[in-house]
Ligand binder design. Structure first.
Ligand code: ZN
Length: 160
């Protein structure tokens, strides 16, 4: 069968950035998703519509169809003394933080500048053009329970 709305598709994929650096990958049928507009980025989901087991898909996804553009308002400078004195703050570290609109979110330390720390509340892949190399492993219909939960159960999905 072909991937359609409410299909469960198992895919092996390699995700690379513009510099050909592998950001993420899955193999051996370890990743499955429910095709309902909520589980994978829109640009990848659109490219997989209508594909069947055995198909290979190469797709480049612009930020708008992936994790969005970087929002400069999400990048803030905060005093170093807002962090525990004993903490060894390094670029790449992640903290639970509060965004300007009051939402709790994960921020990533992007730089340390004197007695200020630059933190970035954007998704780590925001602003990136993503290159996917996908093999469709399996396509099946979702169970009633999966449709109710909005995600895949069993191999490659939730185990709860
Ligand atoms: Zn569930």
């Amino acid at each position: 069968m072909k991937i359609a709305e409410n299909s469960v598709a198992t895919i092996d994929y390699t995700l690379k950035d513009d510099e050909d650096v592998v950001i993420d990958q899955s193999s051996d049928g370890n990743f499955a998703y429910l095709h309902n507009g909520q589980n994978i980025i829109p640009g990848l989901e659109a490219a997989l519509l209508g594909k069947a087991a055995g198909d290979k898909v190469e797709v480049t996804v612009e930020p708008a169809q992936a994790y969005g553009e970087k929002d400069l308002a999400q990048i803030q400078r905060v005093p170093r003394d807002m962090f525990p004195a004993e903490a060894d703050i390094q670029p790449g570290m992640q903290f639970q933080g509060e965004s300007p609109d009051g939402q709790m979110s994960v921020v990533t330390v992007s730089d340390i500048d004197g007695d200020e720390v630059v933190v970035d509340g954007n998704h780590p892949l925001a602003g990136l053009t993503l290159h996917f190399d996908v093999s469709v492993v399996d396509v099946r219909e979702a169970s009633a329970e999966e449709l109710e939960h909005g995600h895949v159960h069993g191999p490659g999905g939730h185990a709860h």
